[in-house]
Ligand binder design. Sequence first.
Ligand code: G3P
Ligand code: MG
Length: 256
Amino acid sequence: MWPYPRILAHRGGGTLAPENTYAGLRCGMEHGFRAIEFDIMLARDGVPVVLHDAALGRTVNGSGNVVDYDARELAAMDAGSWFGRGFRGEPVPLFVEFAQFCKAHGVWMNMEIKPSPGFERATGAAVARVAAALYAGELEQGGEALARVPLLSSFSHAALEAAMEAAPAVPRACLMERLAPGWEQVARSVDAVAIHTSHRHLTLDQAQAVKAAGFGLFCYTVNDPARARELLAWGVDAFCTDRIDLIPPDVAAPHK
Ligand code: G3P
Ligand code: MG
């Protein structure tokens, strides 16, 4: 059974607000979402920040790479102007603070570990340690409280291995653009609870195979309501969407 919400706002507020920012998160919440996916990487000083790209320039005013700057320097940069003038000065969130904010507001998190090249293990371990510390109470309590614990995911197997070593109790999911042969062994080797995959390549047979193997199945990034209904009918447990205006959240009890 999938204990988590079924519909997540991708990068906080989908394409309605600057990605991976508090403005995005607030936008998602204003649309009723209480579950989000976002991306995390390490700054030069090893402090995790909420960002998608290893290079500055697309969403953050600046040049060079994320690992060229300390977290406080990144947090002072503008991650909102690229999206619109009204978002000027929107900071790059520090991961710890962002996660605390989500927890305080009852927002469930799929934390995507998005390491800069060469920082796979360090990023996986850092994200897992933060999640374990923030949700120590829930992990200790067990039972239904575990549904509030974030789900870590990554395309990087090394990051997931390091996360497993650093905080084995925090659940992990393997991100795979496509389900290639051997996917099940890869997932089992990091004791993953779920497979996260692009809906574009997913077939009904593959969806059924993932579920039959006992994994949760999550798709990214589903923006068409008809496709969303189809995937759910296939047994897909959950997905994230950029179109939080077209696909409403499901904050009701998760399906069995
Ligand atoms: O976690 C699902 C999805 O976010 C993976 O792709 O590039 O949007 O981070 P990307
Ligand atoms: Mg992502």
